[in-house]
Design a protein around this ligand. Structure first.
Ligand code: XIL
Length: 397
């Protein structure tokens, strides 16, 4: 064979390897895939694996493992709290950027992308805002302007540094709310009406045309009845389609992925069907806050393995369902955990009656759990023809 022919054959081989999404040649030889990080294993699929970061834990010198794992296992990070309104603007017009900037800096040093969380949500609002509205000193017109100023200030501050913004979070009610027919809930809908959603996306786009703009919510991992009166996924699907029809700049839907082993949850193909429907609207998707909690019984507390093991197994299975569905849909860009160790998980604080926990992929001593190993195995064993690399998304309008 001539040299030119060899080069041609080599080029075809490289192109074929890329098309088939093969594992790096070294895998299985010098590097056992099981010893690689989640972020490295996900890279072959073009998938970003993330975690929410607790800034106090990150800064705690007595706990170096937190910082090490946050940097080494993940390729995207989300601020667990420090980009929320009460943190960023505790006093009207005075911004506290320090902790959020620290996270952005950590991400830069570790070659990670940042999910911005969150611009508009009814929780963790500063008291000056909620009490001002409650006592009538902030009018509705002023409130709309305040929202616009906040979105503009925050998105402008982080311009160019945020990959995906959660523009609006948890706007939709649940079937157990009153009224039980699904509706727009919470502070913003009550005070501004549902039109605030379109406004928020438009203001965010104007401030950073390059960031991907997401709607983010829980209990939208799979479709249910298909009736928007009681199927939250269907409600969100219709909502997003309406926003698109109005020309509103929305690029993605984030499913939080807060699951509990007591609920049974979904199978992979149900979740995949939902991701495909959203992709059919031309949207990116992401899992943005994944954790799978369990009820903590006296037996669990006492270390009874007959009670602990089924919880760990069920948790691992649910993490795996969400990841496999994400891998199988090429517009599912990232898979973010809501914290990675049971030592720093929001679950025990938020679900105490009955107590819940065991929700993350490392235990309180930073030992990987079955769930961690399942995520790893899913990343290792996925490939063509059903799992192909992500299709990078750009803002659409
Ligand atoms: C939670 C944080 O994890 C807690 O530390 C905080 O006290 C309350 O908020 N959905 C969201 C997240 O979108 O912002 C929430 O984070 C968890 C539920």
């Amino acid at each position: 064979m001539t040299l030119r022919r060899w080069i041609a054959v080599g080029a075809v081989a490289v192109a074929t390897a890329a098309a088939l999404n093969v594992a790096p040649a070294a895998a299985g030889h010098r590097h056992d895939p099981a010893t690689q990080s989640l972020r490295d294993l996900a890279q072959r699929h073009g998938l970003y694996v993330g975690t929410a970061v607790d800034m106090a834990a990150l800064a705690n010198a007595a706990e170096p493992r937190y910082r090490e794992l946050a940097g080494s296992e993940f390729s995207t990070v989300t601020a667990e709290n420090v980009m929320k309104w009460e943190s960023l603007e505790p006093t009207r017009g005075t911004y506290n950027w320090g902790p959020a900037d620290e996270l952005v800096d950590f991400a830069r040093k570790n070659n990670q992308r940042v999910r911005g969380h969150v611009l508009v949500w009814h929780n963790q609002l500063p008291a000056w805002l909620t009490s001002g509205v409650a006592d009538g000193s902030i009018s509705k017109a002023e409130l709309r302007q305040i929202l616009r100023d906040h979105i503009t200030a925050v998105v402008t501050h982080f311009k160019g540094k945020i990959w995906q913004w959660d523009v609006v979070n948890e706007a939709v009610s649940d079937p157990w709310d009153t009224p039980s027919t699904l509706h727009y809930k919470g502070f913003w809908a009550q005070n501004l009406g549902p039109g605030y959603l379109a406004d928020a996306f438009r203001w965010a786009r104007a401030a950073d045309p390059k960031a991907l703009l997401f709607y983010n919510d829980y209990n939208i991992e799979a479709f249910g009845s298909g009736n928007p009166a009681d199927d939250k996924t269907q409600f969100v699907y219709d909502m997003v389609r309406d926003l698109q029809a109005k020309g509103v700049p929305i690029d993605g839907v984030g499913a939080q992925g807060h699951l509990g082993t007591q609920y049974g949850n979904f199978d992979t193909l149900q979740v995949l069907a939902a991701l495909r429907k959203f992709a059919g609207l031309g949207l990116a998707t992401a899992f943005t806050e994944v954790d799978v909690r369990s009820q903590i019984t006296d037996g669990v507390e006492a270390g009874d393995s007959a009670e602990i093991n089924p919880r760990l197994q069920a948790s691992a299975a649910n993490f795996s369902v969400l990841l496999k569905a994400c891998l199988a849909e090429r517009h599912c860009l990232s898979f973010t955990l809501w914290g990675f160790t049971d030592k720093h998980s929001w679950v025990p604080g938020a679900f105490s009656d009955p107590p819940e926990g065991l929700a993350t992929v490392y235990d309180e001593n930073y030992q990987p759990k079955r769930s961690y190993q399942e995520l790893k195995a899913d990343l290792i064993f996925a490939g063509p023809p059903y799992v192909l690399p992500r299709i990078p998304q750009r803002p659409r309008r």
